[in-house]
Design a protein around this ligand. Structure first.
Ligand code: ATP
Ligand code: MG
Length: 180
């Protein structure tokens, strides 16, 4: 399973529909400050169901909709589609390619789709729940966060790694069991 492509339209600085093709392996996005690199990562968090405006570096959720520039009027909705290659069947759905879409209007209403069929956010969360990607997973390390990890005290760094590896919850359960 790997991310195949990301299409953003009306999302943050991406007014026109823009598609990024992602190949297996490492993808680097390069560009000057303020050109929208972090917005690409925000788009991935958002389409996977992120509900917190702060996690998307905004004040309110509406801030994800293209707000306009000197030469271009604001838009009324944001739309992001993430296409995942599922040829290995990692996602429990009978498709070799799975597209997840989220659309949001200025009213605050969000719509979700799996392969073009309208669904609930819960359906997307369930689809991704055992895949290692999703909103609650520590798969997205934000700008500045890496510095935080590198400069953390060894015990804090250890707990970060344990959390990412999924060990922390077991350790907490063990500690709780011992206390009883
Ligand atoms: P850096 O190298 O400094 O980290 P970056 O490439 O990660 O920069 P981003 O933070 O992704 O840059 O993009 C910031 C740009 O996105 C700013 O110019 C900001 O005005 C623009 N932007 C953010 N939200 C919106 C919006 N809703 N409408 C229009 N533009 C937006
Ligand atoms: Mg950035």
């Amino acid at each position: 399973m790997h991310l195949k492509s990301l299409t953003v339209k009306g999302f943050k600085s991406f007014a026109s529909a823009t598609t990024l093709r992602l190949e297996p392996g490492i993808t680097c996005v390069v560009g000057p400050n303020g050109s929208g690199k972090s917005n690409v990562v925000d788009a991935i968090s958002w389409v996977l169901g992120e509900q917190g405006a702060k996690a998307l570096r905004g004040g309110k959720m509406e801030d994800v909709i293209f707000a306009g520039t000197a030469g271009r009027a604001p838009l009324g909705r944001a739309e992001v589609t993430l296409t995942i290659d599922n040829t290995d069947g990692a996602l429990p759905i009978d498709y070799t390619e799975v597209s997840i879409t989220r659309r949001m209007f200025r009213s605050g209403e969000s719509e979700y789709e799996i392969n073009g069929n309208q669904c609930r956010l819960l359906d997307i969360q369930e689809l991704l729940s055992d895949s290692g990607i999703g909103r609650e997973m520590h798969v997205i390390v934000g700008q500045g966060r890496l510095d935080g990890v590198l400069h953390a005290r060894p015990e804090d760094r250890r707990s970060f790694i344990e959390e990412a590896a999924g060990v922390l919850k077991h350790r907490k359960r063990k500690e709780k069991a011992i206390r009883k």
